[in-house]
Design a protein around this ligand. Structure first.
Ligand code: IPT
Length: 898
């Protein structure tokens, strides 16, 4: 129940001019005393052919009887023989392990050094006296389970091994044992104050030379913020060692219940980041950590909570350099005790006290010099108790410069910010109005990004803007933890785990391979740092930056008529504040025209090229010309009308020109999303109970009138009395067919509707072109990122490959669409999806590779779809985005284009 043994006191992570020897690479390895082979360090053995990964969210995959773990406890033996480089100094040395999951018994040259605990924390051992010039033998026996596993019940894959770097570091006598830099910023005076411990500090750029430990100096500086991450290079030195350091001046404070940095209120537009790679698990290569940071910055993410353990330290140096606010979270979660009503929870058991504080100490000491870290977090989902309170008080004593966060302290007895997860919009609004607990409020998790979604981010943003103490939040979560397997991504259960939580581990804003999902694109739009809107007569520009102005941006406009560019120009925007600008002079246009204004980087930033768009807005400047159709054509024998031929029995369209089609008919079903399937009362259950996935269409009449074909039907599920009358009225003018659909609910509908629209099948087609919202998918409560324009795509590219197949790819507000020679025009607009499989196929599939293209294209033309919400963990679809059975009419025109 205690921490590891034999290791040195924790200290800052740094490299210096002292000798060092990286020990990463190929090691000898055997599992459970089997045959010796090799393994790559850092890495997990389960991803290198030994055993398999297992996924559980909350439940421990072993009996809960702390501190005992199963007798069947996989043991990985690691062995590395290494020589010292020539000139290796005759000085003390330490062996540093940055992360071993879950514990390792370390031996060097047959001498036992100790045991590591705390998987995502470093351990260092004194080894100088044991080293020899060549033939050093380092062995580590790693166990999958240890008492520490009870404290490491995070929602992620159980994977073991030496998964972070191993280093041998010479520690010169009289060197920098540890160092600590305090660099604060006084926003009133515009000056910084810096002091150092552990060595002398020089910062040439600031003309600071050999500042002695314990002394401080104040001078004018540029502050550090996530928006302007100004770092000063310096050196901490003693006679024997020089440590390069990077200093950011900033002051975190809470005043009047508002969290500020450098005197300005901050809003976290954040994400929760687990360390995950589809092939390497939590052994994330450095270039991939950089990729995360670049993707975040390019999508207007300004904050990261390192859920739920300290990341590889390299990630934090990237946050310093590129600018991200960080909540550094300790490696602690005991969620599985929740299943036992928290009986025996370590958080309040004194026998675990030392382990708790040890974990916090190791994180804080390791990471204390990062300007990006603005809050310390005690851990996640460990309920409450004295050990957590002890971590908090230790932290406050050690580092009064950063507030303490922990969501589980719901009464805010030992934390400095009030934190919640998945609180509904309504509740957040109430917290903001009542200033609950009188503390800054953050959503450490919100908007669960599982599958298609999250819906409702916009409405959260509005609350962050409305209430000063509601200071943003962190989307759950950054990345889908899918593991690559035979060309697709695997999730819980795919490795035969007896106990697992399926695809609940697939809930990120980026896919496992880090392709941005539509959720991330939506995030970027919702949380853009500049708001550009139309005022009716002009353009409004509002800045949402907390620390910088607008002078790094340029504002360009483009005028498009029916989606075709007709003019462009540049707007002159003052560098700070909010502005109402007049419209630029625009040429005459003939159709529906939109003015798009984009704010882009005027010059290259560290994280993106010049021209990268950070914000945009659209204003409609002219309406579409109304189209009218004169029903000139007569219904002909054999039931044809204009370019259409119909089945006399069903009244369904069978041919359009030369094309064989299966006529549009009413469709209410969609392949449920993870959010539809979530919550205690899932929409998906209600829909299935109502039988919406197996509607029957009863033809009442097929009425061939002179200029119209009128088909009356009643659409209803088996076993129930409710249903919907659907009348299809076909007319034609020349080679254009018009369909008017009128639906009228019959009886009491027990549930919302997944969608309300038409579905038809067309011959195979490749390219789709449309004028409407795009280019990406859009749903009622996740549609900010779609702009009005003219787009083209292949049918395949319209699909969003959610790891767990579900409804996806909806394009909103199409004015017209062309696919495979068919033109569809809306009166005025429709939503559409086009795919090579049916909604039923999509519903049945469990992995993307199970979706097999058919030889048709299934086209849905919808009046509306139900919103997405985030009920997979959190609130469902907001009332204004729900779709109810109602009387409705809609009109589409069909014609053939050659
Ligand atoms: C919350 C966890 O903190 C997080 O790790 C993750 O499991 C998330 O849920 C769901 O994906 S805890 C839950 C009880 C809200």
């Amino acid at each position: 129940m205690g921490p590891g043994t034999g290791s040195l006191p924790p200290r800052a992570f740094f490299t210096s001019d002292a000798a060092s020897l990286p020990l990463d690479g190929t090691w000898d390895f055997r599992l459970d005393e089997g045959d010796w082979g090799t393994i790559t360090v850092p890495g997990h053995w389960q991803l290198q052919g030994h055993g398999s990964p297992a996924y559980t969210n909350v439940r421990y995959p072993f009996p809960v009887e702390p501190p005992f773990v199963p007798s069947e406890n996989p043991a990985g033996d690691y062995r590395l023989t290494f020589d010292l480089p020539e000139n290796w100094p005759d000085e003390p040395a330490v062996l540093r392990f940055d992360g071993i999951d879950s514990c390792g018994l370390v031996r060097l040259n047959d001498v036992e050094l100790g045991v590591t605990r705390g998987s995502r924390l470093p351990s260092e051992f004194e080894v100088g006296h044991l080293l020899r010039p060549s033939g050093n033998v380092l062995t580590v026996r790693v166990h999958q389970w240890s008492a520490g596993s009870y404290l490491e019940d995070q929602d992620m894959w159980w994977m073991s091994g030496i998964f972070r770097s191993v280093m041998l570091l010479s520690r010169p006598r009289g060197g920098v044992a540890d160092y600590e830099i305090h660099a604060t910023y006084d926003h009133v005076l515009g000056s910084g104050t810096v002091s150092v411990q552990g060595g002398m500090l020089s910062v040439p750029e600031l003309e600071v030379r050999d500042l002695l430990p314990g002394q401080s100096v104040s001078l004018p500086v540029e502050p550090w913020s996530a928006e302007s991450p100004r770092l000063y290079d310096g050196v901490v030195s003693t006679a024997a060692e020089r440590v390069p350091v990077r200093i950011g001046f900033r002051t975190v404070a809470i005043s009047d219940g508002v969290l500020t940095v450098n005197g300005a209120r901050v809003v976290f537009r954040g994400v929760n980041r687990h360390e995950h790679h589809p092939r390497f698990g939590r052994a994330v290569p450095r270039e991939v950590a950089l990729q995360d940071v670049l993707l975040m910055k390019r999508h207007n993410v300004n904050a990261v909570r390192t859920s739920h353990y300290p990341p590889d330290p390299y990630f934090l140096s990237l946050c310093d350099e590129y600018g991200l606010w960080v909540i550094d979270e300790c490696d602690l979660e005991t969620h599985g005790f929740g299943e036992l009503g928290w009986a025996g929870n370590p958080s309040d058991d004194p026998r675990w006290a030392e382990s708790y504080v040890d974990r916090m100490r190791r994180m804080v000491e390791r990471d204390k010099n990062h300007p990006s870290i603005v809050l310390w977090s005690l851990g996640n989902e460990s309920h409450t108790g004295r050990n957590l309170a002890a971590m908090a008080s230790w932290t406050r004593d050690r580092d009064p410069s950063r507030p303490v966060h922990y969501e589980g302290d719901s009464d805010c007895e030992y934390v400095d910010v009030y934190s919640r997860m998945y609180a509904s919009h309504e509740e957040v609004d109430e917290i903001g109005r009542e200033r609950t607990h009188g503390l800054p409020f953050v959503l450490c998790e919100f908007a669960h990004a599982m599958g298609n979604g999250p819906g409702g981010m916009l409405e959260y943003r509005e609350l962050f803007e409305e209430h000063p103490t509601v200071q943003g939040g962190f989307i759950w979560e950054w990345i889908d933890h899918g593991l690559e397997r035979d060309g697709h991504f695997a999730y819980g259960g795919d490795f035969g785990e007896p106990l697992h939580d399926g695809n609940f581990v697939i809930d990120g804003l980026v896919f496992p391979d880090r392709t941005p999902s539509p959720g991330l694109v939506e995030f970027a739009k919702v949380f853009e740092p500049v708001r550009i809107t139309g005022t009716g007569t002009g353009i409004r520009i509002e800045t949402r930056y907390d620390h910088v102005g607008l002078d790094h941006l340029r504002f360009d406009w483009v005028l498009e008529d029916e989606g075709a560019e007709v003019a462009t120009g540049t707007l002159v925007v003052p560098p700070a504040g909010h502005h109402d600008l007049p419209l630029p002079d625009l040429p005459a246009v003939s159709g529906e025209a939109w003015l798009t204004v984009r704010a882009s980087l005027a010059s290259p930033a560290r994280w993106a090229d010049a021209g990268h768009v950070v914000a945009w807005g659209q204003l409609q400047v002219s309406e579409a010309r109304p189209t009218s159709l004169r029903a000139t054509e007569r219904v002909r024998p054999g039931l044809s009308l204009g370019p259409g031929r119909f089945d006399p029995a069903t009244g369904l369209l069978t041919r359009l020109g030369d094309l064989a089609v299966d006529g549009p008919r009413l469709d209410l079903w969609r392949a449920p999303t993870d959010n539809d399937r979530g919550s205690e009362h899932p929409d998906d259950r209600a829909w299935r109970d109502a039988g919406l996935h197996r509607l029957q269409h009863r033809v009442i009449t097929v009425d061939a009138q002179e200029n119209a074909l009128v088909v009356r039907t009643r659409v209803a599920p088996p076993a129930w009395g409710f249903g919907m009358f659907a009348d299809y009225r076909w007319t034609a003018g020349g080679d254009r067919l018009r369909l008017q659909v009128d639906v009228t609910p019959d009886g009491e509908w027990p549930c919302t509707l997944p969608r309300l629209g038409l579905r038809m099948a067309l011959p195979e087609a490749d390219v789709v072109e449309w004028f409407g919202a795009g280019p990406g998918e859009a749903y009622a409560d996740s549609r900010q990122a779609a702009r009005i324009g003219r787009f083209s795509s292949t049918v395949d590219a319209l699909q969003t490959p959610y790891v767990f197949p579900q409804e996806n790819g909806n394009r909103a507000d199409a004015r017209w669409l062309e696919i495979g020679g068919v033109r569809v025009e809306g009166e005025p607009v429709f939503d559409f999806t086009a795919r090579r499989w049916t909604s039923e196929d999509l519903d049945a599939a469990r992995h993307t590779h199970e979706l097999i293209p058919r030889d048709r294209v299934y086209l849905n033309l919808d009046l509306a779809q139900h919103g997405l919400g985030t009920a997979s963990c959190g609130p469902g679809v907001l009332p204004q985005h729900r779709l109810h059975a109602r009387k409705a009419s809609f009109v589409v025109d069909l014609s053939i284009r050659n």
